[in-house]
Design a binder for this molecule. Structure first.
Ligand code: OGA
Ligand code: NI
Length: 349
């Protein structure tokens, strides 16, 4: 493959003004987005109001969250407690970063998935056969003081704005993890503790406009390897989730976050909660930015089904493993419709 040995990284951004997508972005016919076959519903996934989460309505909201985790694996939240200015600043700085000159952005470039701070393109550009129409900046955000000095210093307010946003996003993720633990009938700090010292990663996904969106993906169908994802997206559609075998568009709603269960909660819940396939498609009008916060176990945390959720009728579906082992397999496995979880089934060594 020509791409694997290319010494000069090529960002997708540079291709957005061409009138065709280069051949290494073109999916085989059996694996294209079929954009006309996508469902658009008024409410694609449950929208949950967190306003009363810390009051007398908590049990009702916890139940709603549990139901969404079981049936959709995805939900949206409003009245989430993150101030609007924190969100607006984060969205602007993300855009500004991707508007920097190529040479400036490339100072952060790396194609090594295990590097904590890096700009990259596609998914795992060195290993994959077909590329994705995406550039992205990845950051580790917790513990903040261990990583913030690696982050870009351009735009000048990048570090302060992203620090503030990621701290608030962590707060929201922890509130949701408590509610999710409770909804499973576990102690409210069960999942938080199971994640060990914990980790938090952020991606800033930049999907340039694409001349032939029918031929390629921003991100093909995948499940998230982490525990919980909290996604901030701009007002451009592109995220789709698989529901009853059909791709459904999750069109943006202002002032909400999209939340989804990752593979680790599917394991901890012993399969009760679903880490659902989702993908990002691109379009030929306008660029799109999405900012997922991936809340994760620390690499040394040992993950397995919660003992309380295992019994004679519900044997452990997954074996125990460290998150480090899982995470490495995820990046090697590539984004495939068969989730990496299959490799960790109890029976399959
Ligand atoms: C991801 C992801 C969806 C989107 O980064 O894992 O699923 O809408 N992103 O960008
Ligand atoms: Ni994802």
């Amino acid at each position: 493959m020509a791409i694997s040995s290319s010494p000069q990284p090529q960002l997708t951004d540079l291709l957005s003004r061409s009138d065709r997508v280069p051949s290494h972005y073109i999916r085989p016919i059996s694996d294209r987005p079929n954009l006309h076959d996508v469902h658009t519903l008024d409410v694609s996934i449950p929208l949950i109001d967190l306003e009363g989460l810390d009051g007398p309505d908590r049990p009702i909201i916890v139940q709603e969250i549990g139901l969404a985790c079981q049936t959709d694996g995805f939900f949206q939240v409003k009245n989430h407690g993150i101030p609007q200015h924190v969100i607006d600043d984060m969205s602007h700085i993300a855009k500004e970063f991707f508007q920097l000159p190529e040479s400036e952005k490339l100072k952060s470039y790396s194609d090594n998935p295990l590097k904590a701070t890096r700009l990259s393109t596609s998914f795992n550009i060195k290993r994959e056969k077909v590329s994705n129409w995406r550039d992205y900046l990845r950051l580790h955000c917790y513990p903040l003081e261990e990583f913030v000095d690696e982050w870009p210093t351009n735009p000048p307010s990048f570090r302060s704005i992203v620090s503030l946003y990621s701290t608030r996003a962590r707060g929201l993720a922890l509130r949701l993890l408590e509610a999710i633990s409770e909804s499973l009938g576990l102690e409210n700090d069960y999942i938080e503790k199971a994640l060990g010292k914990q980790a938090q990663h952020m991606a800033i996904n930049y999907y340039p406009r694409c001349p032939q969106p029918e031929l390629t993906y921003g991100l093909p169908g995948h499940t998230d390897p982490n525990a919980l994802t909290v996604l901030l997206q701009d007002q451009v559609s592109g995220l789709q989730v698989l529901r009853n075998g059909k791709w459904v568009a999750v069109n943006p709603i202002p002032n909400t976050f999209v939340v989804n269960i990752g593979d680790q909660i599917q394991v901890l819940s012993n399969g009760q909660y679903k880490s659902v396939l989702h993908r990002a498609v691109v379009n030929n009008n306008v660029e799109r930015i999405s900012i997922p916060t991936f809340y994760c176990p620390s690499p040394d945390a040992v993950i397995g089904p919660a003992h309380k959720l295992i019994d004679g009728q519900h044997p452990a579906i997954y074996r125990r493993f460290t998150y480090e082992e899982y995470y490495k397999r995820f990046w090697d496995h590539g984004l495939q419709t068969e989730s990496c979880l299959e490799l960790f089934r109890a029976s399959s060594g």
